[in-house]
Design a protein around this ligand. Structure first.
Ligand code: ADE
Ligand code: ZN
Length: 326
């Protein structure tokens, strides 16, 4: 069997996926028509052509503008449903999905609207094909910690639907230490913790995420290689890294995919996983990210199997459910 076929056939978990980053240009266009939102594009093709980025911020500007078409419960249902259907096609049996509540509450779209749309799609996928989903509520780090604390309070009626807390958006200038108190509160409430760190930001931000936020997993973290002591710690403690190769390429975190360090980190014994981040913006869902590793880095079958096993090992599934896959 070819590696491409094996990538498709193997049951996989995805641990780093922003649901707002799975908004397809066609759905974006349709929702803009539905709600009469004016877009700076004349058609779906122009939307696709706008997806060229020079940095994380240049992407985030377009990503937040795109999310502005999400207005009612059914929009959030369609968004989640279309990603979950893609999971079924790609044999992603478990996904830990991030959502950015502040992107919506800031526009006066309340928790009740997006949470019920997400829940309706998730329940359907669980029932129809046994899909397993956990939700990660991410705070926007370009906003204040007080805003994150308010958001944590607003989410109270939905705590039983949320498994983990995350931290995303503009990394540079917004270090993890800014969110120490809200992460401590979330931890006391029993949430698992993750944070984007070492994507564009320096390795110091990874230290802070580990030592000050007490995270269970690092999103990206590819810059841990710049600090030998950090690399050793991440390996020793087996702190998972949710790496997103196509995202790193599209946001210029690496100049060339041939230079990506994911297989080097894997072979050095780190618990690295493959993920798609914002698939519609970065040119590929999960399987495409694995395919790129084969085509550009010469990933072999052993490495593929290790990466896929890691995706379950690093998940927040209960041990019994994990054991089924690893
Ligand atoms: N929000 C959505 N995608 C992100 C990324 N790659 N980094 C930081 N924040 C994000
Ligand atoms: Zn991300």
């Amino acid at each position: 069997m070819s590696l491409t076929q094996l990538i498709k056939n193997l049951p996989k978990a995805e641990l780093h996926l922003h649901i707002e980053g799975s908004l397809e240009p066609r759905l974006l266009w349709e929702l803009a028509q539905k709600h009469q939102v004016k877009l700076p594009y004349q058609n779906v093709r122009e939307i696709e052509q706008a997806y060229q980025f020079s940095s994380l911020q240049s992407f985030l500007d377009i990503y937040y503008a795109g999310a502005n078409v999400l207005r009612d419960e059914d929009d959030f249902y369609q968004l989640m449903w279309s990603y979950l259907c893609r999971c079924r096609e790609e044999n992603i049996v478990h996904s830990e999905i991030m959502f950015d509540p502040q992107t919506h509450t800031q526009r006066d779209v309340p928790f009740s609207v997006f949470m019920s749309g997400f829940e309706r799609a998730i329940r359907r996928a669980e029932k129809e094909w046994g899909m397993s989903v956990l939700l990660i509520m991410s705070f926007l780090r370009h906003l204040s910690e007080a805003d994150a604390i308010d958001t944590l309070l607003l989410a109270k009626p939905y705590y039983d639907k949320i498994h983990a807390i995350g931290l995303d958006s503009s990394e540079l200038g917004h270090p993890p230490e800014k969110f120490e108190r809200v992460f401590a509160k979330a931890s006391a409430l029993g949430f698992k913790l993750v944070a984007h760190a070492g994507e564009e930001g320096p390795s110091e931000y990874i230290w802070q995420a580990i030592n000050l936020l007490n995270i269970d997993r690092i999103d990206h973290g590819v810059r841990c290689e710049e600090d030998d002591a950090l690399l050793a710690l991440v390996r020793e403690r087996q702190i998972p890294l949710t790496v997103c190769p196509l995202s790193n390429l599209k946001l210029c975190v690496v100049d060339d995919i041939n230079q990506h360090n994911i297989l080097r980190l894997l072979d050095a014994g780190l618990l690295v996983t493959v993920n798609s981040d914002d698939p519609t913006y970065f040119g590929g869902y999960l399987n495409r990210n694995y395919e790129v590793l084969e085509a550009s880095l010469g990933m072999n079958e052993k490495q593929l199997r290790e990466l896929v096993t890691n995706s379950f090992k690093a998940s927040f599934l209960e041990e019994g459910a994990k054991a089924h896959w690893v």
